[in-house]
Design a protein around this ligand. Sequence first.
Ligand code: SAH
Length: 212
Amino acid sequence: MTDERAARLILGLRRQGVTDARVLEAMERVDRAAFVHPQFLDQAWEDSALPIDCAQTISQPFVVGLMTQALEVGPRHRVLEIGTGSGYQAAVLSRLARFVYSVERYRPLLAEAEARFKHLGLDNVITRHGDGSKGWPEQAPFDRIMVTAAAPHEPHDLIAQLKPGGIMVAPVGKAGSQFLHRYVAEEGGTFRRESLIEVRFVPLVDGVAREG
Ligand code: SAH
């Protein structure tokens, strides 16, 4: 049943322009059902975002596919993800990269995601409870950075944690109207930027969540 649903979702992603075979394979292999709330199990393989705890969301598979494809992750890469959330995006990245460093500001979300990584044997995901808008300076520089919450402004602190030639994908803009930006870092601290599609993400919020 799940296999058939997964195959249908993957076909849909391919039709929408997610054509990178490694990305599609990673998404087919990571069981999204393991990352959603039990009450949404029947929608786990549908192409839609779903609510998770702490009023956050697990992203729409098409957006996960597009962002992962745009990141051009290689098997030796160290990737920083901001916004662990359910852990789904980190799990997809973990199949493509050497190490995934993922930061989340809600402790309860992080604890659940960590339990999922452990259960699935994803031992190359390294997590941290903290404010991801500052990146992870102790582990920088990174080959790739993926931001899965909307930054209100160009996230310069994060771009600064990329290696020259490194790529970052991040939604940038106000609530309700953001564009997915792709940055390529250059020697000397400059960068190139292109805009991919319009997206809707939960906001990147400064500081660690008090609730968690
Ligand atoms: N990548 C997640 C999507 C989660 S939604 C997934 O695959 O499920 C965005 C997440 O970013 C939320 O969990 C939110 O709490 C987190 N977030 C928002 N601002 C943050 C910040 N400054 N530092 C770390 N995490 C943050």
